[in-house]
Design a protein around this ligand. Sequence first.
Ligand code: OOG
Ligand code: NI
Length: 453
Amino acid sequence: STATAVVSPDAIRDRFSRAMSAMYQAEVPQYETLLELVEQVNRETLDRDPALAERLADHDELNRLNVERHGAIRVGSAGELAMLRRLFAVMGMHPVGYYDLSEAGVPVHSTAFRPVDDAALARNPFRLFTSLLRLELIESAPLRERAAAILEARDIFTPGVRELIALAEAQGGLTDDQADRFVAEALETFRWHRDATVDLATYEALQAEHRLIADVVCFRGPHINHLTPRTLDIDEVQRRMPAAGMNPKAVIEGPPRRDCPILLRQTSFKALEEAVRFAGEDPGTHTARFGEIEQRGVALTAAGRALYDRLLTASREQTAGLDNAAHQRVLAEVFADFPDDEAELRRQGLAFFEYRLTDAGRAAGAVDERDLEALIEAGLVSARPITYEDFLPVSAAGIFQSNLGDGGGEAYAGNANREAFEAALGAPVADELALYAERERASREAVLAALAG
Ligand code: OOG
Ligand code: NI
């Protein structure tokens, strides 16, 4: 056999995310409209604010803006989740974080498959929020066993993708040609199927237990249920959605608008009711797929996250039932207690930053000063906010619920079970805070070592 170079996992992920986006545009035309709206608002925002454009370019954020997406899928069994882990690893996407949604009445727990190192994130940060159904939370034993049997009988992967995953593992990557085949084969797992695998009565029984259970169990595979572009002005996109024919959820999830954006703000348009066919040719409809947008800010430290969680909880007592404008006003008042200034966020240890030498710093020769704030003040070092690359459980619950409609949101006894999730996955999930802390630490050491001469 000819020895041929393997292509980088980053290149495969980039191809896959573009192929996924093209497939979803063909499947859900409203997604294409949403992409156009986001692109237009991003362009206007950058035109209006050249300083922002310069900062984003400087921070390696501008290149990735137009390819940046996250998607979401839901699977039904440990075997499916473990195989997905191997599939995503081929593209340099690894499980980060554990999210328990049962507390919010959604019988799943989740992780995000995403790239982890700086260069990979800068190239294409494509991520997939991946949820595993928790059949053990179904109370009725016969229904639980029926769902398990249906899931047991399906294979969500093509034989081709199974072979290529094994090949990638054995040879340490894929050649250009194999990578193209891998992308085409992998895409099949996430395609929409009009034909349900069950009859209408089974669908309705599962739907009555929880709409999400029917969505996971009754189809041939984990159809991609949304793809989310990143906007620079989520308030403006939300305002323009109705005129573009989209029905946005009531409120934007996450923190309020700020000078220094933190974490993640998200909103979505409501899921579409789509025609499906049940076994026995019964026609029906299924509601699963929706559109979502996000605006990302700086990653918070454990202290910053604790402050965010405390303020969000405090605001929730006051925001119940409010429209978005009023909701955002209350949030802004409550979040006045969260410093909105980069230097203050650094000094109080609330957010993660990456340090770099400035041109002056590179020219400075050996410097005695070891205090980073003093070095920043002297113009030798710059600090850039590290972008939050993960998700927020309270926001995710809000997104799930706005798409489950009536009958969603019943309570499951909140019981996180990270061990069970990792056992199903066949690997531990990385701790997102540790990843950000390591990036900050490495950049600080590098800067100080360079200045020590
Ligand atoms: C995932 C919902 C959560 C997000 O961005 O937090 C989500 C799903 O509906 O499967 O997409
Ligand atoms: Ni999402």
